[in-house]
Design a protein around this ligand. Structure first.
Ligand code: DX5
Ligand code: ZN
Length: 225
């Protein structure tokens, strides 16, 4: 099963509840929430209060992508706000094993992200601990950037490790995921697809999500043949 985690970064914040409902009707199965601090990444977005508001309008899992330094300081706040999955960046976690364990101890599913310049090898010791691994397919910070094809090699590498070690983590991709790039990432082994600008076009949200999910399923069936 391939899941669409729609990124609300590209939504209309004045009508966030309606936009989420439309993406959900179109088949989106998780809400991806991009938390940015202006330090780890150049941009600033939102924090726990927005997660809490989103929690009130949907039962879908909230996939919180923390692009922040010192994520440990905020784990309890995100748990309280109703987050389900917490993604931290490998690049900011000095004690990655501890951070992932803390997320689990707060009743959430831990996940870890790597930037385009970070190799898969840095994650090998924690692959048994995570619910998903997020392979960034752009440099984090902004929506609407171009997909970096080289990152697909890392998706393939992770899929091979998952198979060899009999592990159950999911592989998520984020950045520039759109109808034109879905097939390449699904073929490499990704099964959790983040998409923002490809979904949130005013008036087209539900239709875009439905078409995106259809293409992802079509790509998955091709892999199975
Ligand atoms: C980028 C964020 C992404 C972003 C993706 O730093 O992590 O989740 O919203 O946006 P698109 O799908 O427009 O590339
Ligand atoms: Zn993201």
């Amino acid at each position: 099963m391939i899941d669409l985690a729609f990124s609300i970064l590209a939504a209309d914040f004045t009508r966030l509840g309606e936009d989420i409902a439309a993406a959900e009707r179109g088949g989106g199965s998780a809400v991806h929430i991009d938390v940015m601090d202006g330090h780890f990444v150049p941009n600033i977005t939102f924090g726990p209060p927005v997660v809490e508001s989103v929690r009130r309008v949907t039962d879908l899992p909230l996939d919180c992508h923390l692009m922040i330094e010192e994520p440990d300081r905020y784990i309890a706040d995100f748990a309280k706000a109703g987050a389900n999955w917490i993604i931290v960046h490998q690049e900011v976690c000095r004690h990655l094993h501890r951070t992932l364990s803390e997320i689990k101890a707060h009743g959430m599913e831990p996940a870890v992200a790597i930037n385009p310049a970070t190799p898969v090898e840095t994650l090998e010791e924690v692959l048994g601990l995570v619910h998903h691994v997020l392979v960034m397919t752009v440099n984090p910070g902004f929506g609407g950037q171009s997909f970096i094809p080289k990152c697909v090699d890392k998706v393939r590498h992770l899929a091979r490790l998952r198979e060899e070690q009999g592990l159950g983590f999911r592989i998520e991709v984020d950045g520039g995921i759109a109808p034109a790039t879905v097939e390449a990432v699904v073929d490499a082994g990704a099964d959790l697809l983040v998409a923002g600008s490809a979904i949130f076009l005013p008036g087209r949200i539900e239709a875009n999500a439905r078409e995106f999910v259809r293409l992802a399923e079509q790509a998955r069936k091709k892999v199975l043949v």
